[in-house]
Design a protein around this ligand. Sequence first.
Ligand code: PHB
Length: 393
Amino acid sequence: MVKLAPRLRVVLTAFVVALLLAGPATAQSDPIRIGVLLPYSGVYTSLGENITAGLELFLEETGYTAAGRRLELVKQDTQGDPRQGLPKVRQLVERDRVDLLVGVVHSGVAAAIRDYVHARRIPLVIANAGDPSLTRDPARRSPYIFRVSFANGQYEYLLGRYAYEVLGYRTVVVTAPDYSAGHDKAGAFKQYFEQAGGRVVQEVYPPLGTNDFGPYLAGLQQADAVWAFFAGTDAVRFVQQYQEFGLKERMPLIGAGDMVDEAYLDEIGEAALGTVTSLHYSPLVETPENRSFVEQYRGRYGETANQFAYQGYLAARVIAEAIEGVGGRVEETDAFLEALRAVTFTGPAGPFRFDPTSQNVVFNVYIRRVDRLPDGSLGNVVIGRYENVSDSW
Ligand code: PHB
């Protein structure tokens, strides 16, 4: 052992003690770094951009602080490509040293990063990707994974019953992109439509990112209606081409609300009129909280709020409230997870809370129909509501 002069020993000891005392205090005055994993290119670009707009709207309102700590966003473009999931999350965690993660649009990206965030104990607040297994399956769910958006199936199943009982359809064709989200959403609709007494006569799964739906539309069988889920550029092209093919007069279009979301409803235009869908949001939900959200959103961006912006806004709010809940100490992971689980408030589309077992959101589901509004624009008018819908159905 090296012998130190007594004076040096005292100085060194004082230095070490000072470091120990200063350590945590310094860490807590550091900014909290939030890694954002979203598609800023590819078929789901508009989803990523709108989720970001919602996140930033909330953070701007709070001056990018929570519990006195500054919040910083570090963004990575996942391109909506499952192969990009792992490299991008590793950059955020290992290079950028983020404290937590938010975002993820494509279920395949969420599935690809699940084991990593679980093993590294990084809290992840999912703002879109609906892979049900991540919250539903006891072997796949994780104490580090929360979802403020939806599980695929959670709002689709209710339209299955509605289509039979209220709309009076007896036969339906379903169509969705050929990956897990498409199959999970269509499967939920089908299960409940058939339980109610209806029959799905055909299932059509074009690849994600299809430009020309012609060959698929040409092969559609006659039924009372077509149920569809598409999002991003797929939604714009599918709904427009559905009308161009003259199918709208033959079979009404119904589906997942994502398909006619305000994020691209104007771009779809007339072709969307009359489409009945289910979703956990509409900018036309009549609550004081939603009116003020929609107004703020318009004030900031000059556009109508939409599903994805809403999900981003919820994610930011949940994260900020949990940070407040632990007095800024996000580094204390277990306490932070506990604070996330406890977040509850009345949000724009109704009460917000997590199911304590799955850590997936419990929400209201709205049945909506695309109508022309008095100001001449298109909007998703609310025609039905289910309250307190969890992902156990
Ligand atoms: C998903 O991949 O889970 C997904 C993607 C886009 C949506 C909804 C779900 O609009």
